[in-house]
Design a protein around this ligand. Structure first.
Ligand code: PBE
Length: 295
């Protein structure tokens, strides 16, 4: 064989080898590009940042899609109708647990914390500027079931105002225990909140409690980051959209010097990754083995 022939044969073998390898990695690419999707909510929500941490710490082959609370809920509803696998950023209280059979995936690394509570936060100086309103804010508290009931009424078609008014008229003793002998005389209270289903429910109830006590209430809906900033800078008086100790740890770290924790609105809250019951895994660390089912 001539030297040139030998070289061309070697080149051919090399080429075939390369093509085979490319074919293989090509296949691998399709496998790894079948990344799973986690259906999320607004980027500023604490649960979104915790989910980025979970993707990193569990080394998940998943992408987090941002959406809105309402968008997440409608994706979940659609998937369940079609019995498709879906994993969403979920939290309790939420009407979805009354509507569907769902479960939290176990979180052995504890990224999402344990039991959460919802805090009432005020700007510094609100207690002395408006002691009556501060008193109501610090006494306002209810159970996860009570909050979920108002959320479900809204999901079933009532406006937040109607659902809050129904709640208030059917819980006169509880409302009396929040108001006590405070009387507002038309004084203004600026309340900030985020448009999460849970906070739409609670903030509308609080608004009507303040109004029943004689205050004039201005609600402002903003994202979580701007909300903490607004309370810390005194642009709003208070909020009951604060989930602690884990969900909003990043915001509390940043603003805690300029915020007052006025009270505890609710105990027994929770955040995490939520799937329908028919999804056959139970833990976040099993997600990678079925990533393609969530693609
Ligand atoms: N949530 C509802 C919020 C707090 C309330 C769980 C979506 C969050 O993740 O920041």
């Amino acid at each position: 064989m001539k030297k040139t022939q030998k070289i061309s044969i070697i080149l051919m073998i090399l080429c075939i080898g390369c093509m085979l390898m490319a074919g293989c990695t090509g296949q691998q690419d399709t496998a790894t590009s079948q990344k799973g999707k986690i259906t999320g909510i607004e980027p500023g929500a604490g649960i979104m940042q915790k989910t980025e941490d979970a993707i990193r710490d569990y080394d998940l082959d998943f992408t987090l899609l941002s959406s809105s609370s309402a968008g997440m809920a409608s994706e979940l509803t659609k998937a369940i109708k079609e019995e498709r696998w879906i994993v969403v950023t979920g939290w309790t209280p939420h009407w979805k647990f009354a509507r569907f059979d769902l479960k939290y995936l176990d979180d052995p690394k504890g990224i999402y914390g344990g039991e959460e509570y919802i805090a009432a936060l005020s700007r510094t100086g609100f207690d002395t500027d408006n002691p009556g309103a501060y008193e109501i804010l610090s006494r306002f508290n209810w159970s996860p079931e009570e909050m979920a009931g108002v959320m479900l009424a809204i999901e079933d078609g009532k406006t937040p105002e109607e659902a809050a008014a129904d709640y208030i008229s059917s819980h006169p003793d509880q409302v009396k225990s929040w108001i006590g002998d405070v009387s507002g005389d038309g004084e203004g209270v600026a309340v900030g909140y985020v448009l999460w289903d849970s906070e739409i429910a609670s903030t509308n109830v609080l608004k009507q409690v303040f109004e029943q006590a004689g205050y004039t209430v201005k609600l402002s809906a903003v994202d979580a980051g701007p909300l903490y900033q607004a309370v810390a800078s005194g642009n709003v008086d208070c909020t009951i959209s604060s989930w602690l100790p884990t969900t909003h740890s990043m915001y509390l770290e940043k603003y805690h010097d300029d915020l007052v924790q006025a009270g505890t609105v609710l105990r027994g809250a929770k955040i995490g990754l939520v799937v329908p019951e028919y999804v056959t895994i139970d833990s976040i660390d099993q997600l990678n083995s079925v990533a393609d089912k969530f693609a």
